[in-house]
Design a protein around this ligand. Structure first.
Ligand code: COA
Length: 435
């Protein structure tokens, strides 16, 4: 092999490419370019920058650029609010651009959102002159293609993922060395409620289904119930450790997919080092542009697509709030609508919203959404709805039938007040509606 030599500079030297007024993209989650962010902060502290706009999906690690002292220097306009920017966003120091995950890339490619500098992490170049964006292709590939300047941390810990993740090294303008470990997310054991939700969802998943699931306790609880299934496929926006065991057991084969047969398709990843090792040089995994993974019409080309997403609140008509608690932004639209709609168009597909019936004694099924809450999945998009008390299908049901069905899977402590609210809303006829 003939190793390709690249000229690297320090992070401080690299971020000199950023000018006041620029729009930046950070590669998100596991490949958050922390050493470049730290160098940017040093420039800001020296008074060298003003009005720099920062865009990303949720990023990991310490975030100071949205602290009040950087007012007028950095403006974080995120596509998804992560835990580390939630407080600053709710206080107004950072902001949120609501957008379908499928269309985040389009904001850059259409020129709607300017993109001056993309900051990413990549694997070392291979003998053919390619590097991999590893765990984050999402809107990051679009940012790389559109940006005036691409700064890449070349990191031996970035897995050499296949698919659209592979880019020519000529796409990169400035190289910085940095072999920091990728940020990991470790799964917690599902509690009793999550296990019950997992069982109800698993009962809806057929052999040969093509799955989309996010990160967190519920997807993990669902996946842990699928050991006896056959020929499951993965076409998702992300996956984590829960899927690996099913691959090892031969449950996930992708054999019945209509497109990308035998392959697992995703656009970003966040898990333990095991996940990053799994996708490294693994032809079974395609890390693809989010314009492909999350396009509802692409999703629908596979049969039996089963999409499982979670929510913060649902009202008695089936409107789903997933990005805010009242007026306070909590997360983002993400890929929820992309996959709910894609799954519902797929032959034999099932779109599922799954969540615990209550949190801290508050019912998550509410007569009305909290004041200021936004709808992510509309009442026309929702199909299956699952709590620890069961699974109901709201599709094709009237308002009053939906209310009955939703109350049947609410926490027993709240059913009476929900019945009362439905009765007040729909009148005496409600008592005679059948589930
Ligand atoms: N009223 C008041 N508080 C509520 C609430 C409600 N109806 N629902 C949740 N909360 C609180 C919880 O108590 C918890 O508080 P804490 O942080 O103090 O413990 C917090 O909000 C988070 O709730 P939780 O149920 O633990 O959320 P989660 O981590 O399971 O995430 C979503 C749920 C909806 C935020 C997440 O799935 C999401 O961001 N979805 C949108 C995007 C999407 O679906 N993408 C596709 C999959 S990647």
């Amino acid at each position: 092999m003939n190793p390709i030599h690249i000229k690297t500079v320090s992070a401080d030297e690299a971020v000199k490419a950023v000018k006041s007024g620029d729009h930046l993209h950070f590669s998100p989650v596991a490949t958050t370019p922390q050493i470049l962010i730290d160098a940017l902060i040093r420039r800001a502290d020296r008074g060298e920058l003003r009005d720099v706009y920062i865009h990303h999906l949720h990023i990991e690690g310490p975030v100071v650029y949205a602290d009040p002292q950087y007012e007028g220097i950095f403006q974080a306009d995120q596509f998804f609010v992560g835990g580390n920017l939630r407080k600053q966003t709710q206080a107004g120091y950072a902001d949120y651009i609501p957008v379908f995950l499928s269309e985040t890339q389009k904001l850059y490619r259409s020129g709607m959102l300017p993109i001056d500098v993309a900051m990413v992490q990549v694997s070392p170049p291979d003998k053919h002159g390619y590097v991999s964006l590893g765990t984050s292709v999402d809107a990051t590939l679009a940012a790389v293609q559109q940006a005036r300047t691409v700064i890449a941390i070349v990191n031996k810990n970035v897995p050499r993922a296949w698919g659209d993740a592979m880019i020519r090294m000529e796409e990169i303008d400035i190289w910085v060395e940095g072999d920091t470990p990728l940020i990991e997310a470790h799964l917690t054991e599902p509690n009793e409620v999550e296990q019950a939700i997992g069982k109800h969802c698993a009962a809806l998943i057929e052999d040969g289904a093509c799955l989309q699931m996010g990160i967190g306790a519920i997807p993990n609880a669902v996946l842990s119930q699928l050991g006896g299934h056959q020929d499951l496929g993965i076409h998702t926006e992300m996956f984590a450790d829960g899927v690996l065991e099913l691959v090892e057991k031969g449950v996930v084969t992708g054999a019945r997919k209509a497109i990308d047969r035998g392959k697992m398709v995703s656009t970003f990843l966040m898990g333990s080092q095991k996940v990053y090792d799994f996708i490294d040089d693994n032809p079974m995994v395609l890390m693809m542009d989010v314009s492909y993974t999350n396009d509802p019409y692409v999703i629908a080309r596979n049969p039996r697509v089963t999409a499982i997403n979670s929510a913060l609140q649902v009202d008695l008509t089936g409107q789903v709030c997933a990005d805010s608690l009242g007026t306070k932004f909590f997360s983002g639209v993400g890929g929820q609508v992309d996959f709910i709609y894609g799954a519902s168009r797929s032959e034999g597909g099932k779109a599922i919203i799954a969540m615990p019936s209550q949190t801290k004694g508050i019912s998550k099924i509410a007569p009305e959404l909290s004041s200021g809450a936004g709808v992510v999945t509309t009442r026309a998009h929702i199909h299956w709805f699952v709590t620890e008390y069961g699974a109901v299908n709201l599709y094709g049901k009237s308002m009053q039938e939906r209310a009955k069905l939703l109350i049947s899977v609410a926490h027993p402590d709240h059913r009476q007040e929900l019945e009362q609210a439905a009765f007040e809303r729909f009148g005496p006829h409600f008592r005679f509606v059948k589930e």
